[in-house]
Design a protein around this ligand. Structure first.
Ligand code: AMP
Ligand code: ZN
Length: 468
C-alpha cells in the first residue's frame, strides 16, 4: 500500500505523492521557548517524529525543518496579549536571550529522552529576521500588506482563499468574532507582519527595518524559515490542531501571496490534542505537567511515548495517571518479553510467509495515515507467534522500532542496587541449596521476598535479583 495521509486542506485521506520524485520537504512548527514544553506539546512532537520516521522507513529522501520561536509569539495567537518570551524573562528576571537558550536546551533534552529524532534543520526565528523582512517587503510591493499605526499588516480581504484551511465562517471573520479589535487593522482577521509600535515598553529584541525598529509577527516566521530551507513550495506542514484557524491560515495567506505558488504546501497534517484538566496544562499556572513531572513520579519517558503510540494521532487522547500507569505496565510487560527473546533460543524454523506477512502488514499500518495502534498490535502478535524463530522475531521488532522508537535494541535487564545484607542472605541460601537443605533455602527465599527481592539462580552457578 502506498502512503496515505489525512490532509486538513481536503479533509480526506489522500495518497501521498511528493512534488519532486522521491524528495520530501517537511516543516513542523516548533516550540515557543519561554517555558518548558508540557506533555500536550510533547504529544505533538512525538506525532511529528512518527511521521518523520515513517517517511524515512518508506525510503523517502526527507528534509525536515522545525523552527524555534524565540521572538514574536504573543499570548494570544491573534496579535493580542503579551509577548510570550518577554513574559518568561520578567517571570525569571533574566534576559530574553537567556530564557530562549535555557528552554531550547530543556526542550532538546525532552526530545532526546522521548527518542524523538532531531529534525535536519532547526532554525531560530531570531537568526532569520532578514528573510521575514524580505517577504514582508514583497507583500507590501504586491499590495497585500499595508502600514498602519506603525505596524505592517497583511490584508486578508485580498486573499480569496483565506477561509479554506480552517473551514472558517467568513461572516464571523468579518464581524471580528475571532479576534479583538485593533484600530490599526482594516479587517478584523488582518494580522501583523512587523511591529514597530511595540505593545510593551521594555521589548528587548528589536531590529532595524525599512518600517522602523521593531520585531516580526509570529506567523511570518514560519513562512520565512520554511522557504529558506525547503523552497517556496513544499510537501508537508505539521502542527497541532489549534494552529489551523489562525497560525496556519495566516501562514498560507502570506506565503501564497508572496511566492505565487498554489498550493504553497501540498499536505497539511495536524495532530489532535492531549486533554487533561485545564489547570495542569496551563503554563501560566506555573505548575503544569511536563516530562520531568512524569519522571519524578517514577515513570520512564518511554512509558509516555508508548502511551501516545497506542492512540491514533487524529484522536483526542485523555491523560490521567491511571492511564499512564496502564501504559507503564504494557511497556514493562513488552520489555520483559523482548528481553526473554534475547536471552533464549527456540527451535522453531521460521515460516517465511508468516514473516513476510508481518512486514507487509506493518508497512500497510503505518501507510494508512500512521495507524500506530495497529502497528503496536502487530508487535504483540509477533511475540506470541509460534511460526517464527526468536531471532526472526527480534529482526522484525528491531526493524519496526525504526518507526516506533521504543528502544527495543537497548532493552536489557536493569542492574539493581542491592545492599550487602541482601547479598549475604542470598549467599546463605545458595550454600543451603548446595547442601540440599531445601527448607532453609526456602525460608531465606521467603525472607528475601518480604524485603522486596526475588532471587534467581543463573546458569553459571551464580544468582541475580529482581525487584518486586
Ligand atoms: P507552542 O509552543 O505553544 O507553540 O506549542 C507547540 C506545539 O504543541 C504546537 O504544535 C501546538 O499545536 C501543540 N499543542 C499545544 N497544546 C497541545 C495539547 N494539549 N495537545 C497536543 N498538542 C498541543
Ligand atoms: Zn508555525
Amino acid at each position: 500500500m502506498s502512503l496515505r495521509l489525512y490532509n486538513t486542506l481536503s479533509r480526506k485521506k489522500e495518497e501521498f505523492a511528493p512534488l519532486k520524485n522521491n524528495k520530501v520537504g517537511m516543516y513542523s512548527c516548533g516550540p515557543t521557548v519561554y517555558n518548558y514544553a508540557h506533555i500536550g506539546n510533547l504529544r505533538t512532537y512525538i506525532f511529528n517524529d512518527i511521521l518523520r520516521k515513517t517517511l524515512k522507513y518508506l525510503r523517502y529522501d526527507l528534509t525536515h525543518v522545525m523552527n524555534i520561536t524565540d521572538v514574536g509569539h504573543l499570548t494570544s495567537d491573534a496579535d493580542e496579549g503579551e509577548d510570550k518570551m518577554l513574559k518568561g524573562a520578567k517571570r525569571e528576571k533574566k534576559t530574553v536571550w537567556q530564557i530562549a537558550k535555557y528552554y531550547t536546551d530543556a526542550f532538546m533534552d525532552d526530545m532526546k529522552k522521548l527518542n524523538i529524532e532531531i529534525p535536519d534543520v532547526i532554525p531560530k526565528a531570531t537568526d532569520n529576521i532578514d528573510k521575514m523582512q524580505e517577504i514582508t517587503q514583497t507583500l507590501i510591493d504586491k499590495d497585500y500588506a499595508y502600514i498602519s499605526e506603525g505596524n505592517v499588516y497583511f490584508d486578508t480581504s485580498k486573499f480569496a482563499d483565506y477561509s479554506n484551511l480552517g473551514n472558517l465562517d467568513i461572516d464571523q471573520l468579518k464581524s471580528g468574532a475571532r479576534v479583538d479589535e485593533d484600530s490599526g487593522k482594516r479587517n478584523p482577521s488582518d494580522f501583523v507582519l512587523w511591529f514597530t509600535k511595540s505593545k510593551f515598553d521594555d521589548q528587548e529584541m528589536k531590529w532595524d527595518s525599512p518600517w522602523g525598529k521593531g520585531y516580526p509577527g509570529w506567523h511570518i516566521e514560519c513562512s520565512a524559515m520554511s522557504s529558506k530551507y525547503l523552497g517556496n513550495q513544499f510537501d508537508i506542514h505539521t502542527g497541532g490542531i489549534d494552529h489551523i484557524p489562525v497560525h496556519h491560515t495566516n501562514e498560507i495567506a502570506q506565503s501564497e501571496c508572496a511566492f505565487g505558488k498554489k498550493p504553497w504546501v501540498k499536505y497539511w497534517v495536524h495532530g489532535e490534542f492531549l486533554v487533561v484538566d485545564k489547570d495542569k496544562m496551563s503554563k501560566s499556572s506555573g505548575d503544569f505537567l511536563r516530562l520531568k513531572t512524569l519522571i519524578d513520579k517514577g515513570f520512564n519517558p518511554l512509558h509516555y511515548r508508548f502511551f501516545c503510540l497506542n492512540a491514533h494521532y487524529r484522536q483526542q487522547l485523555h491523560f490521567s495517571f491511571d492511564a499512564l500507569d496502564a501504559a507503564k505496565n504494557g511497556f514493562e510487560n513488552l520489555k520483559k518479553k523482548i528481553i526473554d527473546l534475547k536471552d533464549s533460543k527456540n527451535n522453531v524454523e521460521t515460516n517465511i510467509e508468516t514473516k513476510t506477512n508481518y512486514e507487509t502488514n506493518f508497512i500497510n499500518s503505518i501507510s494508512d495515515d500512521l495507524n500506530m495502534p495497529k502497528a503496536m498490535a502487530l508487535v504483540q502478535n509477533i511475540i506470541k507467534d509460534k511460526e517464527l524463530s526468536n531471532k526472526d522475531k527480534l529482526d522484525l521488532l528491531y526493524d519496526f522500532d525504526k518507526v516506533l522508537g521504543l528502544g527495543f535494541k537497548n532493552m536489557k535487564k536493569e542492574k539493581i542496587e542491592v545492599s550487602n545484607d541482601i547479598i549475604e542472605l542470598a549467599k546463605k541460601r545458595k550454600v543451603a541449596r548446595d547442601n540440599k537443605d531445601w527448607s532453609t533455602a526456602d525460608k531465606i527465599r521467603d525472607e528475601l521476598k518480604e524485603k522486596g527481592y526475588v532471587v534467581k539462580d543463573t546458569n553459571d552457578g551464580k544468582f541475580e535479583f529482581e525487584k518486586i
